[in-house]
Design a protein around this ligand. Structure first.
Ligand code: PLP
Length: 380
């Protein structure tokens, strides 16, 4: 398809071949597909029919995988039951027993647990390092290193990864690269087009966009994705048709949601940078021509009573997630980074005063007013 980005977000679903064509894609809420006779069923195995059994494939999950792949500029995508299963499947498609991964130390808590604890039992070893220094990365690469793993924008301090630099380094050492693009989405950053081998999403966040579905998507080239697809099927990491349908519905408004959320984030960041009670504002400056992301992280420092601040946020909910259409806040030290030891937290710069704000699609004046009131009330 030669559509531009916004058009692609809406027109990614296959045209129905049924007699009564509904405007919206139906939900194929079925565990399997039926056949007229044995020849008709053989047609699936001959490659003339797409669907046999939902764990293998289903029109709704296929839509989601391909929809995100098109936005990322990748040939193939597969939908999975969660962001975590998409990461697992992606890793196992390029790394096996006896292999080694070099991963950013600055990754999502769930990914850290998967890499540090679970992969060990598959005989896969992981080194966690700072991705700020290419020399340090080079020194961490070993004989058996197969994969370089990072996130395009990190949580909660919003460091923007040097994808170009990492891809160039990885190619020199014949390593695959995989990026978690959940915070950026292809609206802001397209790692595959920058040379990454695999891009993964927690579709639970901006792809779904309405905080009502848990899902994941992995995209890459035909060869790696054929492997990934068989992992999804054999490990049972498939997504249910209804969840896929919801995520597709969300995906259609990705561009309009993101452009509004990005504007709100910029407005809040600008306001907070000029507020003396705030110790520090984390908001990137040069992510993309579409803006700098929809998350703002602030350090309240010592001039604010943290709990009073949270209590005073009025209509803004405290939730341990992000990316919904409603503005929400979370407390990294109490949630995502709870199990990270103090020493590592302070090395990463994750302090006790940090509050992560996920901007919604409300009017920026209302958001700024809510924050301004909460800051005022929480002043000590
Ligand atoms: C939420 C999240 C995940 C995990 O996704 P789930 O859908 O909860 O499994 C992975 N990476 C990032 C950056 C996330 O924010």
């Amino acid at each position: 398809m030669t559509f531009k980005f916004n058009t692609k977000t809406v027109h990614f679903q296959k045209k129905s071949e049924e007699k009564n064509v509904s405007k919206s894609q139906p939900i194929y809420q079925t565990s399997a597909f039926s056949f007229k006779d044995l020849d008709d069923m053989e047609d699936f195995f001959r490659g003339n029919k797409e669907f046999l059994y939902t764990r293998y494939s289903n029109p709704n999950t296929e839509d989601l995988g391909q929809g995100v792949a098109q936005l990322e500029g990748a040939p193939k995508g597969v939908a999975t039951s969660s962001g975590m299963s998409a990461i697992l499947v992606g890793v196992l498609s390029v790394v096996g027993h006896g292999d080694h991964i070099v991963a950013s130390e600055d990754i999502y808590g769930g990914t850290y647990q998967l890499f540090a604890n679970e992969l060990k039992e598959f005989g896969i070893e992981v080194s966690f390092i700072s991705m700020n220094n290419l020399l340090e990365i080079e020194q961490a690469i070993k004989e058996n290193t197969k994969l370089l793993y990072s996130e395009s924008i990190t949580n909660p301090l919003l460091r923007v990864e040097d994808i170009d630099g990492l891809v160039t380094l990885a190619k020199k050492f014949n390593l695959k690269t995989m990026f978690d693009n959940t915070f950026a989405t292809p609206f802001l950053i397209k790692p595959y087009e920058l040379g990454a081998d695999l891009v993964v999403h927690s579709a639970t966040k901006y792809i779904g966009g309405h905080s009502d579905v848990t899902a994941g998507v992995l995209v890459g080239d035909e060869t790696i994705m054929a492997k990934a697809k068989s992992k999804v099927v054999n490990l049972g990491c498939n997504l249910s048709p209804f969840e896929a349908w919801l995520a597709c519905r969300g995906l259609k408004t990705l561009a309009v949601r993101m452009s509004c959320q990005v504007k709100n984030a910029q407005a809040l960041a600008d306001y907070l940078r000029n507020n003396e009670s705030i110790k520090k504002v984390y908001y990137p400056t040069t992510v993309s021509e579409n803006g700098n992301g929809a998350i703002v992280t602030i350090d309240l420092g010592e001039k604010c009573d943290l709990n009073l601040f949270f209590q005073s946020l009025n209509w803004i909910k405290i939730v341990p997630t992000l990316a919904g259409v409603e503005t929400s806040v979370t407390y990294p030290v109490g949630t995502s980074h709870r199990s990270v030891p103090d020493s590592i937290r302070s090395k990463l710069g994750i302090t006790k005063g940090l509050v992560r704000v996920s901007l919604g699609i409300e009017d920026s004046e209302d958001i700024i007013q809510a924050f301004s009131e909460a800051i005022e009330k929480a002043k000590v």
